[in-house]
Design a protein around this ligand. Structure first.
Ligand code: C2E
Ligand code: MG
Ligand code: MG
Ligand code: MG
Length: 285
C-alpha cells in the first residue's frame, strides 16, 4: 500500500515538474519572441531631491505586457534573460530606448539604468554601452548605472575594469538595494560608487521600527563621510518623505513622488512638475 502511494506521489511530482518545465519553456519562448519583436518597453520613475521635491532624474524600468501571458515582472524575466543568454540583446534595446526618450528631458536630469550581474562579467559591456550612447547622442555624464553588490563580487576583475572604463567616460555608478543580500561594507572602500540607493526594506519601516531608523541614520552618516550621494527607495507616503528629509537624506524615489510611467506620461509629468529654468529663459529672451 505504502509502495503504491509512493509511486503515486512520484507520478504527481513528475507531472508537476513537467508542467513547471512546460511553463518555463513557454515563458522562455515568449521572452525570445518579445525581444526579437521589440515588445519590451521601458518606463520611467522619478527621483527627487528631498529638500525641495524637485525632480533630478528618472530610473528606467523594463516593462513586458505579453498578449498571452499578461504582465510579466522584470523580477522574473530579467533573471530568465540572464540565464538564457538574452540579457545583452535585451539590455542594449532598453538602453537605446531609454536614452532616446531621455533626449527630450531637460538637460540637467539624469537617466538611471539597471545593469544585471551577467553584464558585469562580460568585458564587452562598457564598449557596448558607450557606443549606444554615442549613436543616440546621449551625454555619458547624464547616465547612471545601478548595480548590486553581488554583481561586483561575481567576477571582480572584469567588473572593476568595466566600471573604471565607464566612469572614465563620465558615467556614474549607483549601488542598488543597499542593505540587502550580501552587503559588505568593504565594497565601499573600493571607491567605485558615486551613489547609494537604500533598499525599500528599511525605508518602509522608518516610522514604525526604531532599528530601521538607526540603520538609515548610520548609512547616511557613512555616506556623508565617504562623499557618496544617497537615494532612499520605495518612499510611499508623506511621513516617510518628511522623516528622510529631516535625517538629511538627499534624494528619494517611490510611489509617493510618482510611479513608473511610459515615455509620454513622463513628459506630461515633467510638464506638470518640473520648472525648466533654461526653457523659461529662452521664452523670456
Ligand atoms: P530595482 O532596480 O530595485 O527597482 C525598484 C523597484 O521598486 C521597481 O520594481 C519599482 O517599480 C519598485 N518601486 C518603486 N517605488 C516603489 C514604492 O514606493 N513601493 C513599492 N512597493 N515598490 C516600488 P520593478 O519595476 O518591478 O523592477 C524590479 C527589479 O527588476 C528592479 O529592482 C531591477 O533589479 C530589475 N529591473 C527592472 N528593469 C530592469 C532593466 O531594464 N534591466 C535590468 N538589468 N534589471 C531591471
Ligand atoms: Mg534599480
Ligand atoms: Mg533598488
Ligand atoms: Mg531591487
Amino acid at each position: 500500500r505504502s509502495k503504491r502511494r509512493g509511486r503515486g506521489q512520484i507520478t504527481v511530482y513528475s507531472r508537476e515538474i513537467a508542467q513547471e518545465m512546460k511553463r518555463a519553456t513557454q515563458l522562455e519562448q515568449a521572452l525570445r519572441n518579445a525581444i526579437i519583436s521589440d515588445a519590451i518597453d521601458v518606463h520611467f520613475q522619478p527621483i527627487v531631491s528631498l529638500s525641495n521635491n524637485q525632480v533630478v532624474g528618472f530610473e528606467a524600468l523594463a516593462r513586458w505586457n505579453d498578449p498571452d501571458l499578461g504582465f510579466v515582472s522584470p523580477g522574473v524575466f530579467v533573471p530568465l534573460a540572464e540565464e538564457r543568454g538574452f540579457i545583452d540583446a535585451l539590455s542594449e534595446t532598453l538602453l537605446r530606448k531609454a536614452a532616446e526618450a531621455a533626449l527630450s528631458w531637460p538637460r540637467e536630469l539624469f537617466l538611471s539604468f539597471n545593469l544585471s550581474s551577467a553584464q558585469l562579467m562580460d568585458p564587452g559591456t562598457s564598449g557596448s554601452i558607450l557606443s549606444i550612447l554615442g549613436r543616440v547622442g546621449f551625454d555619458p555624464h547624464r547616465l547612471e548605472l545601478e548595480i548590486t553588490e553581488t554583481a561586483v563580487m561575481g567576477s571582480a576583475d572584469t567588473a572593476h575594469r568595466i566600471i573604471a572604463d565607464l566612469r572614465a567616460a563620465g558615467v556614474r555608478i549607483s549601488l542598488d538595494d543597499f542593505g540587502t543580500g550580501q552587503s559588505s561594507l568593504g565594497r565601499l572602500r573600493d571607491f567605485i560608487f558615486d551613489k547609494i540607493k537604500i533598499d525599500r526594506a528599511f525605508v518602509s519601516r522608518i516610522n514604525s521600527d526604531r532599528a530601521s531608523e538607526h540603520i538609515i541614520k548610520a548609512i547616511l552618516a557613512m555616506c556623508d563621510g565617504l562623499e557618496l550621494e544617497v537615494v532612499a527607495e520605495g518612499i510611499e507616503d508623506y511621513a516617510e518623505a518628511v522623516k528622510l528629509r529631516t535625517l538629511g537624506c538627499g534624494m528619494g524615489q517611490g510611489y509617493h513622488f510618482g510611479r513608473p510611467a511610459d515615455g509620454i506620461a513622463t513628459l506630461r509629468f515633467l510638464h506638470e512638475n518640473y520648472y525648466d529654468a533654461a526653457m523659461a529663459e529662452r521664452v523670456s529672451a
